[in-house]
Design a protein around this ligand. Sequence first.
Ligand code: HEM
Length: 258
Amino acid sequence: MAKNKMHTHRHYEEENQWGCGSWLEYALVMILACILLLASLALTLYWVIKHRGGFAWRDDPIKQFNFHPVLMVAGFITFSGFSVLLYRICRCCRRIYVKLLHTVFHALAIPCVAVGFLTVLDSHNLAQPPIPNFYSLHSWIGLVTMGLFAIQFVVGFFSFLILLCCEGATAGFRASLVPIHASFGLTTFMLAIAACLTGLTEKVFFSLSSYYTTFPPEGYVVNTLGMVLVALAIVTGYILQREEFRFRAHILIRSGDL
Ligand code: HEM
């Protein structure tokens, strides 16, 4: 109880040290990040519905492919992005609730990524003639991204479970995991952006071919989507490295409330 009071006190002390400029900077970059996360998904949906004929299932592998970019962006960019930013957005909630929400957002990404992966496999295997699998740089980057995401989720989930059963005894162990998990989390997010950018480039060359050089409307949509993803890489990287936005982290590490 006394420990909690001390935390709350120190927490307000730190917040009060923030000047008007710091709050403005914080609000601006957070709002920008949220807009970009939603815009990436909205633009992907707009692109596949308006320019790529929308969605179908296994009877039309070309349109079935369209699930791939939408679900990969939803899972790896929008859900994962919000999940990562939660630690900087939820400044007043108890740490345990933030962790729970972080897990829920990443858990929501799992079905998106799984179905997004299956649809691209189907769209290759059911095409006439079938298209070979895993030949491209994009598919290799994609596999590494999915592998890292799976490892991160399993390690994060188990350390979270351990926390629930023996909080005090595992505080040191969990504290040592935090920087590793955070560093690989950012790497996974950046790799997901690289996978999306290579996937977009590949798709636009497949489908527009030399017509791409004539500045068609679809080219503008895809390029804008790519630039939104680049902006996300810059803004997310900035937010995560900014010490001031890392709320109470040093106090929590010392107290074991991780
Ligand atoms: C983080 C996001 C993404 C991941 C992890 C990912 C992963 C993959 C993987 C593993 C494959 C190989 C499937 C196979 O060979 O059977 C693939 C194929 C493909 N993906 Fe993605 N993808 C992502 C986002 C995107 C996006 C946004 C697009 C944009 C259209 C895209 C376009 C393609 C295309 C055209 C293929 C088929 C050609 C190829 O195998 O390279 N991907 N993706």
